[in-house]
Design a protein around this ligand. Structure first.
Ligand code: SF4
Length: 413
């Protein structure tokens, strides 16, 4: 398998206004990889397919679609539909709906405003009308769920999932027991029965572990072939797909199998090892896709992520307990130090030259974590770029693009 990004005429990052255009471009750039093209299609079709399935009688629920939710929900026969994937349908109009109709203050995070507006546009359309939230999310989201509840959505919030930096031993066991009860409450809300089918949940845990191992393999193979998969495809495959399989578990796994075969068949190029600037992406999925193009064109390669497959689910304990243990042993267990440890491990595994810390404008929560991580990595003489972008689609600002290019070029120098 040969590949060369120069076969496709490059677009200018500052021209990538719509995600649709950029995904189409990205598929052309990956003309040599049917697997990457399939993953991009799965990502594109995730929300419309799930809404169509719901209208055809499948059970589905809006949720973060990460953490404990996908294995539990799939085992209950419910499609986890990620509301964080609705940014791609949102533009300025959505911000105005949130601000003018719902009177969200202008400084509220754009992610919350866009998501609220998307739900608003779906009222009385016969689509998915349930939202599974979590009180661990930020205050703006708690407010969003309350507002949507008043609009007729069926809302369920589980309690705070938070493990402080020193929580261990008996206290941790209490938290795990608490989480198990919380998940049974979710099952009751979704199915009317405070019960789960252990064999189905075990099946999902085994599937998740299998996929975590496969994605680990993808990342290992990418280390030697850093330019095979470009930034957008990497972020979508790992930040989104690995969490929820884009609502299509079998198709996602088949595409990952195909990707592994493609990578294994791709010879390692010595020049790539010389040219590559290994980067770790520490943040959510930015919606201004031009940022990814700017990284690619400057010669950067996102080889590590905060959501990297670093921990398997235990298969030697009852499946609900396994989910709860994974939640509290995960990078999003609570205190920012857990995610920082994962980032630090990725940096060291990849000998990364820089970390890109990405968050959304108006998010005071993540910005605190980002600042702590920036200070930590600076203490280790590792350059970090702290970027803030918008959740709605649109042209990346010139300032963001200039900073991305300047950062990657500085690392190259
Ligand atoms: S980006 Fe920050 S403020 Fe916005 S939804 Fe996420 S945690 Fe909340």
């Amino acid at each position: 398998m040969t590949f060369n990004i120069r076969t496709e005429k490059q677009i200018r990052p500052e021209d990538t206004a719509t995600q649709k255009e950029y995904v189409a471009y990205c598929k052309k750039v990956h003309h040599y990889s049917p697997a990457v093209q399939k993953l991009l299609t799965l990502s594109e079709d995730y929300i419309p397919d799930a809404e169509r399935a719901y209208k055809n009688g499948r059970n589905a629920v809006w949720c973060a679609a990460n953490n404990y939710q996908p294995p539990l929900l799939y085992s209950l026969g419910v499609i986890p539909v990620s509301y964080t994937e609705m940014g791609r349908y949102s533009q300025r109009e959505e911000l105005l709906i949130a601000e003018d109709y719902y009177q969200f203050p202008a400084e509220t995070c754009s992610m919350v405003k866009c998501t609220v507006a998307q739900w608003h546009k779906r009222i009385n359309t016969g689509t998915i009308n349930r939202i599974l939230g979590s009180a661990s999310s930020c205050e703006p989201f708690n407010l969003a769920w309350e507002v949507m509840g008043e609009q007729g959505y069926d809302i369920f919030n589980n309690e705070v999932i938070y493990r402080g930096p020193t929580v261990d031993g008996e206290r941790l066991e209490q938290l795990i027991g608490f989480m198990v009860e919380q998940m049974l409450d979710v099952a009751l809300w979704l199915t009317g029965r405070r019960k789960i089918d252990e064999s189905k949940l075990r099946y999902e845990i085994v599937r998740k572990n299998r996929l975590l191992c496969k994605l680990k393999r993808v990342l290992e193979l990418r280390t030697a072939r850093p330019f095979y998969m470009k930034s957008l495809a990497v972020i979508l495959t790992l930040n989104v797909g690995l969490n929820n399989y884009f609502g299509q578990p079998e198709e996602y796994e088949a595409a990952i199998d195909e990707l592994i075969s493609e990578l294994e068949d791709t010879p390692v190029r010595e020049t790539d090892q010389k040219d590559v600037i290994p980067l770790v992406w520490a943040g959510g999925t930015g919606q201004e896709f031009g940022v990814y193009e700017a990284i690619d064109q400057a010669g950067g390669a996102i080889l590590g992520l905060r959501s990297g497959p670093f921990r398997l689910y235990r298969e030697d304990v009852p499946p609900l307990e396994s989910l709860a243990r994974w939640v509290y042993g995960n990078s999003v267990a609570g205190a920012g130090v857990y995610a920082r440890n994962v980032l630090a491990a990725e940096v060291s595994r990849l000998k990364a030259r820089g970390v890109i810390l990405y968050g959304y404008i108006g998010c005071s929560f993540a910005s605190v974590d980002r600042e702590m991580w920036r200070r930590f990595f600076h203490g280790q003489d590792l350059p970090c770029l702290n970027l803030e972008g918008s959740f709605q689609t649109g042209l990346p600002t010139g300032q963001v693009l200039t900073r991305v290019k300047a950062f990657v070029e500085m690392l190259a120098a």
